[in-house]
Design a protein around this ligand. Structure first.
Ligand code: ADP
Ligand code: MG
Length: 410
C-alpha cells in the first residue's frame, strides 16, 4: 500500500516523499481514510509507529491554509513534544504553506502572541500556556474544527483534565476530536467519550510487536552499587545515544553530575530547569553531542530521537505503564534497541507489576557489581498474585528520594 492510494493532495504527497517516507505505517494506513470521514477516533498504536503523521497528514489535508485562523489544535503533555510535533507538521505542510504555531510554557509570551497575530492555521501546544493565551484574548479557538490530544491517556489524567476541559469548551461543539496514544486504560477510554461524538476505536498491533524488537533485561543491584553498576553497563554495552531514566529532578542532576565526573559527558533534563536549559539538553542529545541524557519521565512520552540504542531505567518508573513509554524511546521506526533496568532486591513486586501490565518477560542479566545470588527465598514474594501482594506493594512503592517526583506535567 502506498501514500498515493490514500487519495492525498499532490502537495502533501510531494512533501511526504521529500521527508523520505516511502510507505505509510499501519496506523497511518488505517487512520487516514477513517479520519477523512470526519469521525471522532481513539487511535492506539505502539510507540514509534508514526502516529504523529497519521493525524498530521489528516490535519494538513483538511484545513484551509489560506485562512489564518486556528482550524486545528494539538495538545501535548510536554513542551518538547509540542516542538517536535510542530517540526514534523511543518515538513508535511511544506508545500501548503500552512502556518503552524507552537504555544508552550517557559518561552516568551510576547513572541508567541506575535506569531498568533500573524495568523496560525494550526496550533500545537501544552495546556497551561494555551489556556493563558486564550485568557489573554490572543488565541481564539472558535474555528478549531479538529482537536487532537496526543498522549491522550496522559492528557485526560488528573494532572491535565481540568485545563483540557476548559480548552475544549472554547472550541466548536461539532469539532472532530482525536485521541492518540500507545496506551489507553479502560477508565480513560470511557472518560474520553464525554468529550467525543461516539468515537470509533482503532487499535493497531496491540500485541506489542515492537516491544519485541527491544531486548529487555534487568540487573539486580544493591542501592549503594547502582552507580558503579551503571558505569559497568556503559562500559560493557558501549552504547550510542542512551536515555537514562531516573525518578526525581534532584536525582537527574546528581546522576548527570556524577557521570560527568566519571568521564562520561551527560546532561540532565527535568521540569525544574529553565526552558533554555531544557532546549539545549534536547538539542545536544538530538545532535549526538551528548551521548547520555539523564531524564525524569518528562522525556518518557512521545520524544522521537533517532539513534537511541539504549534505555536505562536507573530508577524503576512509579507506574508500571510508564515502562513501555520509556523503553519505546528506542527502536523507533523499525530500528532495534535495548532496555536495561536496575532493580533493587526489595523491588520484586515492582518488576512483576511492570511485566504483567506491559505483557512482557524481562530477563535477568549479570553485570559486574550486581547481585549474583538467587533472588528471594521468601515464598510470599515468589507469588505476587497472592493476597499478600498488596501489602508488599504499599511497602515497596513508598521508596522515594528526597525531592518531588517529576511527573513531566506541563
Ligand atoms: P509515535 O507517535 O507513534 O510514537 P512518531 O510519530 O513519533 O511515532 O514516529 C516515529 C518515527 O517514525 C519518526 O521518526 C517518524 O519520522 C517516523 N515515521 C513516521 N511515519 C513514517 C513512515 N510512513 N515511514 C517511515 N518513517 C516514518
Ligand atoms: Mg507520538
Amino acid at each position: 500500500m502506498t501514500f498515493e492510494q490514500l487519495a492525498l493532495r499532490p502537495e502533501t504527497l510531494r512533501a511526504i516523499k521529500e521527508i523520505g517516507y516511502t510507505e505509510p505505517t499501519q496506523i497511518q494506513l488505517e487512520a487516514i481514510p477513517l479520519l477523512a470521514q470526519g469521525i471522532d477516533l481513539i487511535g492506539q498504536a505502539h510507540t514509534g509507529s508514526g502516529k504523529t503523521a497519521a493525524f498530521g497528514i489528516h490535519i494538513i489535508e483538511h484545513i484551509d491554509s489560506t485562512k489564518r485562523k486556528p482550524q486545528a489544535l494539538v495538545l501535548t503533555p510536554t513542551r518538547e513534544l509540542a516542538v517536535q510535533i510542530t517540526v514534523e507538521f511543518k515538513k508535511i505542510a511544506k508545500h501548503h504553506k500552512t502556518s503552524v504555531v507552537t504555544i508552550y510554557g517557559g518561552a516568551s509570551i510576547s513572541r508567541q502572541s506575535e506569531e498568533l497575530h500573524h495568523g496560525a492555521s494550526v496550533v500545537v501546544g501544552t495546556p497551561g500556556r494555551i489556556l493563558d493565551m486564550i485568557n489573554r484574548g490572543v488565541l481564539h479557538l472558535g474555528e478549531a474544527k479538529i482537536v487532537v490530544l496526543d498522549e491522550a491517556d496522559r492528557m485526560l489524567d488528573m494532572g491535565f483534565i481540568d485545563d483540557v476541559q476548559l480548552i475544549l469548551d472554547q472550541t466548536p461543539k461539532e469539532r472532530q476530536t482525536l485521541l492518540f496514544s500507545a496506551t489507553m486504560p479502560d477508565p480513560i477510554r470511557n472518560l474520553a467519550k464525554r468529550y467525543m461524538h461516539t468515537p470509533e476505536n482503532l487499535t493497531v498491533s496491540s500485541d506489542a510487536v515492537p516491544l519485541d524488537k527491544i531486548k529487555q533485561t534487568f540487573v539486580l543491584v544493591e542501592h549503594v552499587k547502582k552507580f558503579p553498576v551503571l558505569l559497568n553497563i556503559l562500559k560493557s554495552k558501549n552504547p550510542e545515544l542512551t536515555l537514562i531514566f531516573v525518578r526525581t529532578k534532584f536525582g537527574a542532576d546528581k546522576l548527570a553530575r556524577n557521570l560527568d565526573r566519571s568521564g562520561h559527558s551527560a546532561v540532565a533534563i527535568h521540569g525544574n530547569l529553565s526552558q533554555n536549559r531544557r532546549d539545549s539538553a534536547m538539542h545536544a542529545f538530538r545532535q549526538g553531542r551528548t551521548k547520555l541524557l539523564v531524564a525524569t519521565d518528562i522525556a518518557a512520552r512521545g520524544i522521537d530521537v533517532s539513534g537511541i540504542t539504549h534505555i536505562i531505567n536507573y530508577d524503576l518508573p512509579d507506574e508500571p505503564a510508564v515502562y513501555s513509554h520509556r523503553v519505546g524511546r528506542t527502536a523507533r521506526a523499525g530500528a532495534s534497541g535495548q532496555a536495561i533496568s536496575l532493580v533493587m532486591p526489595d523491588q520484586f513486586i515492582e518488576l512483576t507489576d511492570i511485566q504483567r501490565t506491559n505483557g512482557l518477560k524481562i530477563e535477568r542479566e549479570m553485570i559486574p557489581g550486581c547481585v549474583t545470588g538467587e533472588w528471594f527465598t521468601d515464598k510470599r514474594q515468589h507469588n505476587p498474585s497472592s493476597h499478600h501482594s498488596h501489602d508488599h506493594k504499599k511497602e515497596h512503592t513508598t521508596y522515594r528520594f528526597g525531592d518531588k517526583f517529576d511527573s513531566g506535567f506541563d
